[in-house]
Write a protein that binds this ligand. Structure first.
Ligand code: ZN
Length: 342
């Protein structure tokens, strides 16, 4: 399987903190995650490939011009503010964003950053851009070869909306890959197995019937992202019926997760996708520091086998999964299961 990663550029993003229960804690979305994931890739003997620079086109197909301008320029503008912190955190959270668009970096940070897990540092834009380039390069390979490819995206993407960063995510890599696959395939499904609901991905495609979004995740009633990911959210307008959420009780293990995924996949099959994107979070693992669900290492292999049964071209996009001894092993277990079942 081809694996796309730019270690040097993606490593540059090193967010300092995020706010947990009112306390500033070290941000868990660390460059070291890449080392663990690469160790997992290494166990499978996959082929490492450098992503190409695809420019702004594939990003602009999913994100708004104002948001991309904000993300690419705000660090420089922020640094002109006297005594500004080295990273951008919002200090205003508008409850509605339909009023005037602010001109100041501070106002725009409030407008475009939904929570306190997404500090924007000197290299955030470049690292995010190259993370997205991995997703596009993997999609380009799949478009050309009808195969399965993996994008080692870091920072991750599925909490990012068209114009809103959130949950460690700045560009929605899975959505960008799905949109790129639409060049070749008429119907694309995004299947999100991250511990957390893929709220940004849902938001981007919520009114569309050409991209089906399925997410299996910890019940958001008491878990991030709280405001999205409930079972009643089924899409709107032309997109009604093309979004499906499967919230699971906290602590659900392999059996419950695979059952929920399997039921979701029945709906995906009815949609008959010509290609799929798998938003692969590994944080549903029983030993992940977020501690929301209890999937085992062999559970990831079984998950992959279920997904491989769809038997369509596929881009696997890395989402969450945080530092624990088994992080690399879990990626290896997933990729091996996918390979065996494909
Ligand atoms: Zn997650």
């Amino acid at each position: 399987m081809k694996i796309f990663v730019d270690q040097e550029k993606q490593r540059q993003h090193f967010p300092s903190g995020f706010l947990v229960n009112g306390v500033m804690q070290p941000n868990p979305e660390k460059p070291e995650r890449m080392d663990r994931l690469l160790a997992g890739v290494g166990q499978g003997g996959h082929k490492l490939c450098a992503p190409e620079d695809h420019g702004m086109g594939p990003l602009a197909a999913v994100h708004t011009p104002a948001y991309l301008k904000f993300l690419s320029t705000v660090y420089t503008r922020w640094q002109r503010i006297p005594d500004a912190a080295p990273e951008i955190f919002p200090n205003i959270h508008p409850d509605r964003r339909t009023a005037s668009y602010p001109l100041s970096a501070v106002g725009q940070a409030g407008y475009h950053v939904t929570d306190m897990s997404c500090p924007i540092g000197a290299h955030t834009w470049e690292a995010s851009r190259w993370s997205a380039n991995c997703a596009v390069s993997a999609a380009q390979t799949v478009n050309a070869e009808d195969c399965v490819a993996y994008a080692l995206c870091r920072p991750p993407g599925h909490h990012c909306f068209a114009d809103l960063a959130g949950g460690f995510c700045y560009l929605n890599n899975s959505a960008i890959a799905a949109q790129y696959l639409r060049k070749t395939y008429n119907r694309v499904a995004i299947i999100d197995v991250d511990l957390h609901h893929g709220n940004g991905t849902q938001g981007i495609f919520y009114e569309r019937s050409d991209v089906y979004t399925l997410s299996v995740h910890a019940d958001p009633a008491r878990f991030y992202p709280f405001f999205w990911g409930h079972a009643h959210e089924r899409g709107e307008g032309a997109g009604f019926g093309y979004n499906l959420n499967v919230p699971l009780p906290r602590g659900t293990g392999d059996e419950g997760f695979l059952k929920g995924l399997s039921e979701g996949l029945d709906h995906v099959r009815a949609f008959a996708p010509e290609a799929v994107v798998i938003a692969l979070g590994l944080d549903a693992f029983e030993g992940d520091p977020f501690g929301g669900l209890a999937v085992s290492t062999s559970g990831f292999t079984q998950m992959a086998q279920l997904l491989a049964e769809l038997d369509v071209p596929c881009v696997i996009v890395q989402e969450g999964g945080y530092l624990c001894d088994e992080l690399g092993e879990n990626l290896h277990a997933f990729l091996a299961g996918f390979k065996d079942g494909a």
